[in-house]
Design a protein around this ligand. Structure first.
Ligand code: KG4
Ligand code: ZN
Length: 332
């Protein structure tokens, strides 16, 4: 795929304020400012998130332009996350993008956050299609059949929690700080998969994580009744076992999707694709079925504007622009 554009990307759908600059398909800067204010509340507080976006967005864009040695007038378009996401957070990025578009008279591109997670793959890979993509984030868990850069179909989804939510809620039960995914992942490294948490039965390629989370809750209750320090004494093994159950849920569906769709490649994207067990598992599946495997480097797994800029580059080639009365949306 050839690109012919310089695009400023802006992402503000949740609790990361980010902007990036991409030139002819190559990322020149990808600045991410993560919000620390939510830590003590154990989850993202929407009102605090939008206020922090407001404080961060202009400095983040200025830093992006500085690092990429680009003048704002030299960009061809502004790509911005239109949704899904938190409305108050989306509005900050969306209105900033509109303001820049008006000021420099360059087109505005609305990007779907989930499509952007998939587009993150095109930053570093020349992808072989068709591809089965496992999208695993804090708000979504989906299996996609990706036909080419512009078209894909949804072939599986979670019927309850997203996998990132299951990581974060599990971490909360274990007394770990938000966001819990990275912490479970780290603690699991020196633990063993000793405890079993049952897989849920779902239709075809759908996922279900709430049963695994509930079984962790009852498991901990039962154990702590007998041994009050059970969690402290077994934290690494609990994390390893819980993580194993969550990753298994994904690996099984991925293998099933390969047998049903015979793709040329597989990939994982979204915040949870930073998880080392899931990354290893995808590599192993790829090797076993002789398929190319694409996994973004860490900076393009969790929310970032690099992926928004790449998705924007694809839409720029198609000439898909927004009018200035367009609005953000919360659900996909
Ligand atoms: O894609 P993302 O940054 O935001 C959404 O679009 O939701 O994903 C955030 C999610 C959080 O639930 C976080 O706990 C999880 O990704 N996450 C991880 C890891 N790094 C981030 N989960 C497991 N292991 C990790 N290493
Ligand atoms: Zn995301």
């Amino acid at each position: 795929m050839q690109f012919h554009s310089t695009i400023l990307g802006i992402e503000s759908s949740c609790d990361d304020t980010s902007s990036a600059l991409i030139n002819n398909g190559e990322i020149k800067a990808n600045i991410i400012s993560s919000q620390d204010v939510h830590r003590k509340y154990g989850g993202v507080v929407p009102e605090l998130a939008s206020r922090a976006h407001q404080a961060n967005i202009i400095p983040v864009i200025e830093e992006t332009l500085k690092q990429s040695k680009t003048a704002i007038e030299d960009i061809d378009a502004i790509a911005v996350t239109q949704g899904p996401g938190l409305m108050g957070s989306l509005i900050v990025g969306f209105n900033t993008a509109k303001g820049i578009s008006l000021a420099i008279n360059k087109p505005l591109i609305g990007v779907n956050h989930l499509q952007a997670h998939v587009a993150a793959l095109y930053i570093e890979n020349k992808v072989k299609f068709p591809m089965i993509c496992l999208l695993v984030s804090g708000g979504h868990t989906q299996l996609l059949y990706v036909e080419n850069h512009h078209s894909y179909k949804l072939i599986g989804k979670t019927i309850d929690d997203a996998i990132g939510e299951a990581f974060d809620k599990g971490a909360k039960l274990l007394g770990l700080r938000y966001p819990g995914g990275p912490q479970i992942s780290k603690l699991a490294e020196s633990g063993e998969n000793k405890f079993k948490f049952p897989d849920a039965k779902t239709k075809n390629l759908d996922f279900s994580f709430s049963g695994i989370k509930t079984s962790l809750l009852y498991f901990l209750k039962k154990k702590v009744e007998k041994e009050s320090d059970f969690v402290q004494n077994n934290l690494n093994d609990i994390c390893a076992s819980y993580q194993h159950a969550l990753v298994e849920m994904c690996s099984k569906r991925l293998i099933k999707a390969i047998s049903q769709y015979s793709p040329k490649s597989i990939s994982i994207v979204g915040g949870v694709s930073a998880n080392s067990l899931l990354r290893r598992s995808a590599e192993e599946i790829g090797e076993k079925y002789d398929l190319n495997v694409y996994i973004p480097s860490l900076q393009y797994c969790t929310d970032n504007a690099g992926m928004i800029a790449m998705a924007g580059s694809l839409l720029f080639e198609k000439g898909e622009f927004l009018s200035l009365d367009a609005l953000p949306f919360t659900r996909s």
